[in-house]
Write a protein that binds this ligand. Structure first.
Ligand SMILES: C[S@@+](CC[C@H](N)C(=O)[O-])C[C@H]1O[C@@H](n2cnc3c(N)ncnc32)[C@H](O)[C@@H]1O
Length: 276
C-alpha cells in the first residue's frame, strides 16, 4: 500500500477513528453501530488541536463540519444516481453501507484493508442490530486494496463507486492506475465514480502564526503528497484515465444548494463526479 496514511498499534488509521466519531457527532443513521469506542478520545484531542489551529488561522475551516459536508454531499449524489450497486472503497467506519443496505434493492459492497474490515465486523457482531446488518444478503464487507482490486468480485450492474477520504494519501503515480481501473470497470457496467480531493491552490491561506505552528510541529513536510495540481488539472487527469464526463462540486455552493446539515458552516470540500 503506497499511501502516507499513519496507523495505530492495531493497524487502524487514526483518521478513520476521527471520521467515525464525526459521523456519530453528526447523528448519521447507523453510526452508533460502527463507531469504535476509542474514536471519541481521538475526536476530542483532534478538535482541541483544530480549535487552536483555527485561532491562529482564522480562515481555516472546521474539520468536523468539512467532513460532514463531504459525507452528506456524496450521499446526495448517490441518491441522484439510481445505481443498483454501490462499491464503497476505503469505507472505514462509515455507516453509509449500514444505512443504505436497509433497501434490499440496492447491493452494497464495503471494501477496506483487513484490519479495518475485521474491526468493523467485530463492532457489528457486538449488537443485535449490527448482526442483523451482517445477515443482509445485499451487504458485503470485503477485504481489498484499492491499488490491486479484484473487480471480478462485483456484479455486472450499474455501479456507484466511492473513495471517500482516500485519494489525498496517494501521489499522482498511484492515483492514475486506480482511476484507470475504475474507469474500465464503469465502461463495462455504467454508473459513476465520486471522490473528494482538495488541491493545494484551493486550501485557505495560513496566517504567519499558523505557518510557525506548522513548522514547530514539523508538519511543513505534508501528511498528504500534494503536488500543486489544481482542480482543473485533476479533472484533466481523470479524463486521461478514461472518464468522459467529469464534474466538480464545491461545498461552498452545494452545502446550501443541497440542504445539507450545518449548511451555514464554512467548509472546503471538492467532490469529483466522473462518468464514462
Ligand atoms: C480517512 S479514512 C476514511 C474512511 C471512510 N471513507 C470515512 O470517510 O469515514 C481512510 C480509509 O482508507 C483505508 N485505506 C487506506 N489505504 C487503502 C487501500 N490501499 N485500499 C483500501 N482502503 C485503504 C483506511 O484503512 C481507512 O479506513
Amino acid at each position: 500500500m503506497a499511501s502516507t496514511m499513519s496507523l495505530d498499534k492495531h493497524n487502524i488509521p487514526p483518521s478513520a477513528l476521527y471520521t467515525a466519531a464525526t459521523w456519530q457527532w453528526g447523528k448519521l443513521p447507523g453510526a452508533e453501530l460502527v463507531t469504535p469506542p476509542n474514536a471519541r478520545l481521538v475526536f476530542r484531542v483532534m478538535n482541541a488541536y483544530s480549535s487552536l489551529y483555527r485561532l491562529l488561522n482564522p480562515k481555516w475551516h472546521s474539520l468536523k463540519h468539512t467532513l460532514l459536508h463531504r459525507h452528506a454531499g456524496i450521499e446526495h449524489l448517490l441518491r441522484e444516481s439510481n445505481c443498483s450497486q454501490v462499491i464503497e472503497i476505503a469505507a472505514g467506519f462509515s455507516p453509509r453501507g449500514t444505512a443504505f443496505s436497509a433497501d434490499p434493492a440496492l447491493r452494497y459492497f464495503e471494501v477496506d484493508l483487513p484490519p479495518v474490515v475485521a474491526a468493523k465486523r467485530a463492532l457489528l457482531q457486538s449488537t443485535a442490530a449490527g448482526q442483523g446488518v451482517l445477515r443482509r444478503e445485499n451487504f458485503v464487507l470485503l477485504e481489498g486494496d484499492v491499488t490491486g482490486m479484484d473487480w471480478t468480485k462485483f456484479a455486472v450492474s450499474p455501479s456507484f463507486i466511492i473513495t471517500e477520504g482516500l485519494m489525498m494519501y496517494f501521489d499522482r503515480g498511484v492515483q492514475m492506475p486506480i482511476w484507470r481501473a475504475i474507469a474500465e470497470f464503469l465502461r463495462g457496467n455504467r454508473g459513476e465514480y465520486v471522490f473528494d480531493y482538495l488541491p493545494v491552490p484551493d486550501e485557505p491561506r495560513r496566517s504567519v502564526a499558523g505557518l510557525l505552528l506548522s513548522r514547530m510541529r514539523g508538519t511543513q513536510r505534508r501528511a498528504f503528497p500534494q503536488d500543486g495540481r489544481n482542480r482543473y488539472e485533476i479533472a484533466d487527469d481523470l479524463r486521461a484515465a478514461g472518464f468522459e464526463d467529469v464534474t466538480m462540486h464545491s461545498s461552498v455552493e452545494f452545502a446550501s444548494a443541497w440542504n445539507l446539515p450545518h449548511e451555514m458552516a464554512h467548509t472546503r470540500v471538492i467532490l469529483y463526479r466522473c462518468r464514462c
